[in-house]
Design a protein around this ligand. Structure first.
Ligand code: NDP
Ligand code: GDR
Length: 324
């Protein structure tokens, strides 16, 4: 039997790296699309780089995606690429729309023209629920996005459904709630906090400045969530699935847990500054993943505490190794 081929956009990101590992383990040939930059940013995939095919391409450039699809004939495409930082989307709303919204149409349309039988995964998000009127949030909860990022993702979600219904494509969306790992970008709040704890432990700083400590999120482990993406594309029928732990914690609890893991009192080190507050906030996210449990047989394996402790340990190890 020939090896299945998967194309992953956003391969250099947190999820791209975990998904690539999972697909390689399952025997796929993995083609990763990365955008050109003056400095290579393959840190997250360095350990598997020689097993991947890396192709330059951009969600802003349909031609590059057509070329990759025509060259490698993937049977599955995972669209993980996006301008994914909510705060940045307020400062760069147009770029966020071009990439995170219209980029999905460019890729879907390239697939439709090259081979509409290709199975497609869209990285949708709990940010689409935004100011949700319902808790917990499920596939039936109406969207009320609160940032240009959230608005762009709602577009990406609906255009995926539209291509499924218009052209019969096997296109699915995972409505994933926040998921984190030691590979999380340093600007996201979990990693910002765990990295700061490590810096404090190593004597490199004595504080971390945050925004809204009251925001509540349903935080899971990225390694668990990429498995749900793969499972969605193995189903006979395409669909949309919420993927979440079903537990919520505030940023304040995150601080307590992360500093506690290093035997530190968070209140001595955490400062608050307006600069990190958002023009419109998403106050409370908690997901109901019962459809994913039932239909995909998916369940998270890592608790909030384990996740935060793992990230703190990894950051302490990282900074200790650097100072040696
Ligand atoms: P990251 O920010 O870590 O990765 C984003 C990836 O997209 C990077 O590889 C980035 O490349 C790439 N990218 C950005 N712009 C373009 C572009 N114009 N063309 C091609 N590639 C581009 O995100 P995550 O891995 O955390 O998330 C993966 C996806 O899942 C994103 O779409 C995100 O919005 C979505 N999501 C994430 C959740 C989470 O909690 N992590 C929850 C729900 C959805 P580069 O490295 O060059 O910047
Ligand atoms: P989010 O993640 O916006 O949920 O989007 P982020 O970690 O940035 O923020 C979570 C919550 O923490 C509050 N917060 C801070 N956030 C950051 N980044 N920095 C701070 O200093 C800070 N202080 C408080 C935020 O206001 C917010 O309420 C992530 C991204 O991965 C999206 O791409 C993805 O779609 C969603 O998760 C699900």
């Amino acid at each position: 039997m020939t090896q299945p081929v998967a194309l992953v956009t956003g391969i250099t990101g947190q999820d791209g790296s975990y998904l690539a590992e999972l697909l390689l383990d399952k025997g796929y040939t993995v083609v990763g699309m990365h955008r050109r930059s003056s400095t290579l940013n393959f840190e997250r995939i360095h350990h598997i780089q020689d097993r991947l095919i890396l192709e330059p391409g951009d969600l802003l450039d349909e031609v590059s995606m057509m070329r990759i699809l025509r060259s490698y004939h993937p049977t599955e495409v995972y669209n993980l690429a996006a301008q994914s930082f909510v705060q940045t989307s307020f400062g760069q709303p147009v770029l966020t729309g071009e990439t995170t919204a219209l980029g999905v149409t460019r890729l879907l349309d390239a697939i439709r023209m090259v081979d509409p039988k290709i199975r497609f995964y869209q990285a949708s998000t709990s940010e689409m629920f935004g100011k949700a009127q319902q808790v917990p949030q499920s596939e039936q909860t109406p969207f009320y996005p609160r940032s240009p990022y959230g608005v762009a993702k709602v577009y990406g979600h609906w255009i995926t459904i539209n291509y499924r219904e218009s052209y019969g494509m096997h296109a699915s969306s995972g409505i994933l709630f926040n998921h984190e790992s030691p590979r999380r970008g340093l600007e996201f709040v979990t990693r910002k906090v765990t990295y700061a704890v490590a810096q404090i432990v190593c004597g490199l700083t004595d504080k971390v400045t945050l925004g809204n400590l009251d925001a509540q999120r349903d935080w899971g482990f990225a390694g668990d969530y990429v498995e749900a993406m793969w499972l969605m594309l193995q189903q006979d029928e395409p669909s949309d699935y919420v993927v979440a732990t079903g537990e919520t914690h505030s940023v304040r609890e995150l601080c307590e847990c992360a500093f506690g893991a290093a035997n530190l009192d968070w209140e001595k080190y955490v400062k608050v500054d307006e600069h990190f507050m958002r023009p419109a906030e998403v106050d409370l996210l908690i997901g109901d993943a019962s459809k994913a449990h039932r239909k995909l047989g998916w369940a998270p394996t890592m608790s909030f505490r384990e996740l935060v402790e793992t990230m703190v340990k990894a950051d302490i190890a990282l900074l200790s190794a650097r100072s040696r």
